[in-house]
Design a protein around this ligand. Structure first.
Ligand code: HPA
Length: 271
């Protein structure tokens, strides 16, 4: 067995020991969006620091717990918080939780984030269905020897975000009267916010939103054969589109829309 395979064996054994059973959906809850994990029923919560082979999250506003249980009738394994590349973790460390979801038997992953709006028709507080991404991090979690047991050397990214899930999310948003934008998420490494020139470039390249997460996780999900639903919370307009940017605004916006966000995800999971 490969090193990765052995690590996953240890982590899955640890989770099973803690009472974690079957998993349908893996959830990654981004900045300010972690409260959804508090609604998981019959929850088993395990701090990241106790999970074998997990990195230690350092970002303020990320609770850093793995939460297992039932949400909308589905068995979920939720990451309340995530690991970021800009924290200094390797892409393999950042995406290890996605490997774990697949190893626990999940068929799908719901990935969420806070993002800056690049599309001029977006307003802070909008939710955006991610239909595709641009990996602009300058790295890729699959660089290195390929573990054939995990997935192919050259994974197809044509449908990394699952089209069938777009329809469900859009239908649910309509029913809930939640304006759901859609578009392309461009992933930067961070931790700096982008410059206005970078945002102009991003727009020309086809981005609707920018952020510092998600793309590496979705690459590993594609490699692992997981279906993906991605939702961004547009917390601010990107650099150059408003006077300045700060993390406090990102947190304030997620606070404002988190109820909408939670309802959208829960109802989409149910469907
Ligand atoms: N840029 C990058 N990441 C972000 C932003 C942004 O404008 N807003 C929230 N996360």
């Amino acid at each position: 067995m490969t090193k990765l395979g052995e690590m996953l064996k240890e982590t899955t054994a640890f989770l099973k020991e803690k009472g974690v059973g079957e998993v349908d959906f893996g959830l990654i809850l981004g900045s300010g969006l972690g409260e959804l994990a508090d609604e998981v029923e019959d929850a088993i919560a395990i701090p990241f620091s106790e999970v074998p082979h997990f990195a230690v999250s350092t970002v303020v506003g990320h609770a850093g717990k793995l939460v297992y249980g039932t949400l909308s009738g589905k068995k979920v394994l939720a990451m309340q918080g995530r690991f970021h590349y800009y924290e200094g973790h390797s892409m393999q460390k950042v995406t290890y939780p996605v490997r774990l979801m697949a190893a626990m038997g999940a068929h799908s992953m719901v990935v969420t984030n806070a993002a800056g709006g690049v599309n001029e028709t977006f307003t802070p507080g909008n939710l955006m269905l991610i239909t595709d991404h641009i990996n602009f991090t300058g790295d890729n979690p699959l660089i290195g020897e390929n573990d054939e047991a995990m997935g192919p050397r050259f994974p197809d990214m044509s449908h990394a975000y699952t089209p069938a899930y777009f329809e469900i999310a859009k239908k649910v948003a309509k029913e809930q009267n939640v304006p759901l934008q859609e578009g392309v998420y461009m992933g930067y490494s961070g931790p700096t916010y982008e410059t206005p020139a970078e945002i102009r470039m991003s727009r020309v390249m086809g981005a609707d939103a920018v952020g510092m997460s998600t793309v590496s996780e979705v690459i590993v999900a594609a490699h692992s054969g997981l279906k993906v639903l991605g939702i961004s919370c547009i917390t601010n307009l990107a650099a150059g589109m408003q006077s300045s940017l700060n993390h406090a605004e990102v947190v304030e916006t997620t606070e404002r829309v988190k109820a909408q966000f939670k309802e959208l995800i829960k109802a989409t999971l149910a469907e």
